[in-house]
Design a protein around this ligand. Structure first.
Ligand SMILES: Nc1ncnc2c1ncn2[C@@H]1O[C@H](COP(=O)(O)OP(=O)(O)OP(=O)(O)O)[C@@H](O)[C@H]1O
Length: 353
């Protein structure tokens, strides 16, 4: 039984099983044919063709064809510099490709600016969180909503035009803050949150727009283990409510446990695709992604743990060493961790030089 099934199967009463969640219990194949780079999906939400981005002579992204399956959790993995973040930037309009086209839910997105991409239902978070430190948590949340009043100077002049919308946004924001256990921080400045809490805030803010696709760039980087389970649960809940998730992550534990599908990039290209267990045993992946550590079997928990140990000793390592999410300068104080409070966290990376 997969983790996702376990999550959905656990009955809340213990008396009668809850009805099957169609998003969680969909056992139909994701790909139409064999799992191979660029393979067609049964129900793709994103289809990208010939997407290329060069920086000087460097081909940062060189993707012939890739499809992201709808209602699934897809992990985009690969070594440092593989082009994962650049591909995120291109798909969401934060960067412009040299060539290529892509669609989201059948709508062409080439040349569409990021704010319009978000309005269309495709939102993202960043490797380094982009919350507004000088705004409070609730103000940050309201900024994530569609049609938020501050967007129009004209509307701002007539309070009756925006007060009702602001109240609606505040209600939605409060509900999300409760779910993400950030409600007590509602009036705090975002700058005062720990790195892990900022990641939660960024994810909660992304949900203000009621997206159909959420793209998370390294959601686990710099997050204290006390918050890890909470983040994983939020991601699984997204899928259970029919939201598609695409995430970039180096944390193999997360990839193995929550991804339905894994896409592997190396040197700008898609080099493998498939279900997590199969992909992590694929020699092409082991070779491209793991280099010298190809003696470990990533399909097992022991193999993944061994790999992470090996890579923690390796200056060239790609797993579990990201400083992304490091949000404090070395001299800033580190909050004590309250083990009973899942939101009370400091980042593993905090305080590092
Ligand atoms: N603005 C830029 N200018 C020049 N080179 C860039 C720029 N952005 C990215 N690159 C280069 O493009 C390549 C792909 O970078 P990218 O950040 O997309 O990789 P990644 O797979 O996300 O890596 P990581 O896992 O380290 O975040 C890298 O070699 C990087 O140095």
């Amino acid at each position: 039984m997969t983790d996702a099934q376990q999550f959905a199967d656990s009955p809340s009463t213990g008396i009668s099983p809850e009805p099957e969640n169609p998003y969680v219990h969909d056992a139909r194949p994701i790909a139409l044919g064999p799992a191979e780079p660029g393979c067609a999906k049964r129900d793709p939400i994103i289809i990208a063709d010939g997407v290329r981005r060069t920086f000087g002579a460097l081909h940062a992204v060189d993707v012939d064809h890739v499809e992201i399956p709808r209602h699934k959790i897809t992990a985009l993995i690969g070594p440092n510099g593989a082009g994962k973040t650049t591909l995120f930037n291109l798909l969401t309009g934060f960067d412009t490709p040299n060539a290529g086209s892509w669609t989201f839910d059948g709508h062409g997105l080439s040349g569409v600016p990021p704010h319009r991409v978000a309005r269309m239902g495709m939102v993202r978070t960043f490797q380094l969180t982009k919350v507004m430190g000088k705004l409070t948590v609730i103000e940050n949340m309201r900024l994530g909503g569609k049609d938020q009043p501050g967007e129009s100077l004209w509307k701002a002049m007539f309070p009756w035009l925006w007060k009702a919308r602001e109240a609606e946004l505040t209600t939605t924001a409060d509900e999300l803050l409760k779910k993400f256990k950030l409600h007590e921080k509602r009036e705090d400045y975002a700058a005062s949150l720990s790195g892990g809490q900022r990641k939660l805030l960024e994810m909660a803010r992304a949900l203000m727009a009621a997206p159909r696709l959420v793209m998370l760039d390294e959601p686990m980087a710099g997050v204290n283990p006390a918050l890890t389970q909470s983040l994983l649960d939020h991601i699984k809940n997204l899928k259970a409510t029919g939201t598609t998730v695409l995430f970039v992550e180096h944390d193999m534990h997360m990839v193995r446990h929550i991804a339905d599908w894994v896409i592997v990039m190396a040197e700008g290209r898609v080099v493998a695709e498939g279900p997590p267990q199969a992909v992590m045993q694929d020699p092409a992946v082991i070779d491209a992604y793991l280099g010298a550590h190809h003696d470990v079997d990533l399909g097992t928990a022991e193999g993944a743990a061994k790999l992470e140990d090996a890579l923690s000793e390796d200056e060239e390592s790609v797993v579990g060493t990201e400083d992304a999410g490091e949000l404090l300068t070395p001299n800033e104080p580190i909050d004590p961790i309250d083990p009973t409070d899942p939101t009370s966290s400091t980042d593993e990376t905090q305080g590092k030089p």
